[in-house]
Design a protein around this ligand. Structure first.
Ligand SMILES: *Cc1c(COP(=O)(O)O)cnc(C)c1O
Length: 424
């Protein structure tokens, strides 16, 4: 199946007389005839459901669709993108371990790694994603367990050099984890470029309608855990909390990582996605391919309009031919990038604030990546405690406006931007 077809059909194949649509199995628990039947499930000798904190048929069907879209072997839905990124790393790294991450990542992920996971005893090195190969290779330590990046960084829109980072990770015997939220599997398939694990905030384009917070972790099934078993004892030695099971032996490369994340992390942490949320996420997934096409064509037209406007100082969109990341985007994402554009308003902070006030269609929201065009001026909202100098040093200049281009008719979006800019 091609990706557009997978969006509709992957993950669920109704049999004779069964529901046409992925059904919502809104049940915490599942009934068995004998304790022996249930015992087999607990021993992971048989597959089936017993309690929705670990697995639920609805969430599994939607996870299977996302796995198919990414070209992976298995996937797990989580309650949010934050939980997905936490699980992706914590499944293979713990106290005393080290992780290398791109510095161009979502702020929430940066805090998760740099504050909360440090408190748990993990150490992180953050590197400019465009650093030299020498610098990247020099960051590895004997206790490095994973490398982490974002396919298109939120909000800097830097495009990740998958091949360079995958090569460095693999030559040091560790997997590459990529957050593919902004590009989505419609525009980029990280597994084809060397990534081993993919994560998503499904809250963004996958849901796409501002309806439900969620996340996903997908395994490519390609990383050979047993070949590096001294680094990954959690997968390659007996799990005492699970009757001494050795995940990499019992489930192989295709199943070990997601099985462990489900029966161990999800069992203990419970960051589960509700079946009804997974049902809504699936509605978004069905139209993902069509919507991404429109998000990208609208965003490109908006970026081209902004480049020509006399009140705009600069435009950053990796789909523009003069963008620093254009060639890399063409290589890794030849169908399009994402719908997020950032730009600077001439006149700095006061001009940007005035521009924001004068918008009618584009809504002010911290959210990005859904059907409705929305806009954020970090210097007067999320980053308002910072001075202009601090903002510039942090790569979020005071004139920066982040625009998430929706799927409305592009002439309405451009007309709104045009009138707000002409008021300056
Ligand atoms: C929003 C976002 C997250 C966090 O996801 P939530 O669903 O809000 O928890 C992680 N990564 C990226 C790239 C995001 O944009």
């Amino acid at each position: 199946m091609e990706k557009e077809t997978k969006c509709i059909h992957a993950g669920y194949e109704p049999k004779n007389g069964e529901p046409r649509m992925i059904p919502i199995i809104q049940s915490t628990t599942f009934k068995y005839d004998t304790s022996e039947d249930m015992g087999k499930l607990f021993d992971l000798e048989a597959s089936g459901y017993f309690y929705s904190r670990l697995q639920n048929p609805t969430t599994d069907m939607v996870a299977a669709k996302i796995a198919a879209l990414e070209g992976g072997t298995a996937a797990l839905l989580t309650s949010s993108g934050q939980a997905a990124n936490f699980f992706s790393v914590f499944n293979i790294a713990g106290s005393g371990d080290h992780v290398i991450a791109s510095s161009a990542i979502y702020g929430g992920t940066f805090n998760l790694f740099n504050v909360t996971m440090r408190k748990m005893g993990l150490d992180f090195t953050f590197l400019d994603p465009d650093c030299s190969e020498e610098e990247l290779n020099a960051a590895f330590r004997p206790n490095t367990k994973a490398v982490f990046g974002e396919s298109i960084a939120n909000p800097s829109l830097k495009v990740f050099d998958f091949e360079v980072w995958a090569k460095a990770a693999h030559s040091h015997g560790v997997p590459l984890i990529v957050d593919n939220t902004f590009a989505t599997p419609i525009n980029c398939r990280p597994f084809e470029w060397g990534a081993d694990i993919v994560t998503h905030s499904t809250t963004k384009y996958m849901d796409g309608h501002d309806a439900t917070v969620g996340g996903a972790v997908v395994d490519s099934g390609k990383f050979d855990w047993m070949e590096h078993k001294e680094k990954f004892p959690g997968l390659c030695t007996p799990d005492e909390s699970y009757h001494g099971i050795v995940y990499a032996q019992k489930f192989g490369n295709a199943g070990a990582y997601i099985t462990k994340a489900t029966v161990q992390l999800m069992r203990d942490l419970g960051s589960v996605q509700a079946p009804v949320n997974a049902y809504m996420l699936n509605l978004g997934l069905e139209s993902l391919a069509v919507r991404m096409e429109r998000h990208c064509s609208n965003a490109l037209a908006v970026a081209e309009f902004l480049e020509q406007n006399e009140n705009v100082a600069w435009v950053n969109y990796p789909g523009l031919a003069d963008n620093q990341y254009y060639r890399r985007a063409q290589k890794y994402m030849n169908g399009g990038t994402c719908g997020v554009v950032s730009f600077g308003v001439k006149g700095g902070r006061p001009a940007a604030e005035k521009f924001m006030k004068n918008l009618h269609l584009a809504m002010i929201a911290t959210h990005v990546a859904d059907a409705r065009t929305c806009v954020l001026h970090p210097a007067s909202s999320t980053h308002r405690q910072m001075t202009d100098e601090e903002l510039a040093a942090g790569g979020v200049p005071a004139d920066l406006v982040r625009l998430s281009v929706g799927i409305e008719n592009v002439s309405d979006i451009i007309a709104d931007l045009k009138q707000a800019l002409s008021s300056l």
